[in-house]
Design a protein around this ligand. Structure first.
Ligand code: C5P
Length: 292
């Protein structure tokens, strides 16, 4: 038996950091939406421990690979003999703010739970996910969500009517951004570090309406204050996208991906072509849409 999962990514429509906590993490509120760009994951039983074969060989035996860590957590929790072969086709960029690694971890927990006849309940999966990272719980479900705490407390939402027809252009430049660095560096920007709570709820209300303009006007990312001064190119990208038809453009998560919301997927494709004509094709780009 083989279980196949498409491991999708996300963008943050809002990432509002509220304060730094005693444990070093940051209390935040975020609105995340799933995006129709995927890695492929395939799980089958084997007799060779946890064996990962992927198109990025350096990840296969990396002990920090979140697929491996999630598989180890699954087998430790269930006390099932760890015998699985995982095929991983990585298409999503890394250190991108798209949650690719977190998605891989969540889909590994989900995929192994299916392969081994559901030994873990939803609560168990959520507990393991929260131990592995802050963004992983979001990927245990498939729709948009609001998340609080350090990001692990997830409230699932219905797809947003305001973005029903929207297209999406993702642009990931050649460099990535380290998430711990982006959070740590925020200490230099006290205003961005201490956001006013309530913005996520307000945004969700607007996203449930029909006016894309008033919803996207509330998109916000506290981490831009930390990341854009170091990578001013990202601001140049945003300005270009806004001048060439984007309804809004913003950095996703801790970067380095910039996303632009457009009126349709066709508009996103055209914007992508304009971007490549202006800046060349050294960035990973994807003209896509929100999932669901
Ligand atoms: O939880 P995760 O492993 O995704 O987070 C990576 C790093 O980002 C954490 O070690 C921490 O430095 C920072 N972080 C934070 N506050 C959060 C989420 C992440 O400070 N809410």
């Amino acid at each position: 038996m083989t279980v196949h999962h498409q491991s999708h990514c996300k963008i943050n429509l809002l990432l509002n950091i509220l304060r730094k906590r005693e444990d070093g993490f940051h209390e935040l509120e975020t609105v995340m939406a799933p995006v129709a760009c995927f890695d492929e994951l395939e799980f089958s039983k084997s007799h060779a421990g946890i064996r990962i074969i992927g198109n990025h060989p350096e990840l296969n035996d990396d002990p920090q690979n979140l697929i491996r860590r999630a598989a180890q957590a699954f087998f430790a929790e269930t006390r099932i003999e760890p015998e699985v072969h995982i095929r991983h086709e990585k298409r999503l960029p890394m250190a991108a703010g798209l949650g690719g690694g977190s998605s891989n971890a969540a889909h590994t927990l989900r995929g192994l739970n299916e392969l081994f006849d559901e030994p873990l309940a939803s609560d168990d999966l959520h507990r393991l996910a929260a131990q592995l990272g802050s963004d992983i719980n979001f990927f245990l479900q498939d729709g948009p969500a609001m998340a609080t705490g350090r990001g692990e407390q997830v409230e699932s939402l219905e797809p947003f009517p305001a973005l029903k027809d929207a297209g999406l252009l993702l642009i990931k430049p050649g460099f990535g951004v380290s998430t711990p660095w982006a959070f740590k560096n925020l200490a230099r920007y006290p205003k961005a570090l201490e956001g006013t709570p309530g913005r996520a709820k307000l945004l969700v209300e607007l996203l449930n309406g029909s006016d894309v303009g008033s919803a996207t006007a509330e998109f916000y990312n506290s981490l831009e204050a930390s990341v854009l001064p170091k990578h001013p190119l990202l601001k140049i990208y945003q300005d270009f996208l806004n001048e060439h038809g984007a309804i809004v453009s913003l950095m996703s998560g801790s970067g380095s991906t910039t996303f632009a919301v457009t009126g349709s997927e066709v508009d996103a494709k055209e914007l992508g072509q304009a971007f490549v004509a202006r800046f060349g094709n050294h960035c990973w780009t994807s003209a896509t849409r929100l999932q669901g």
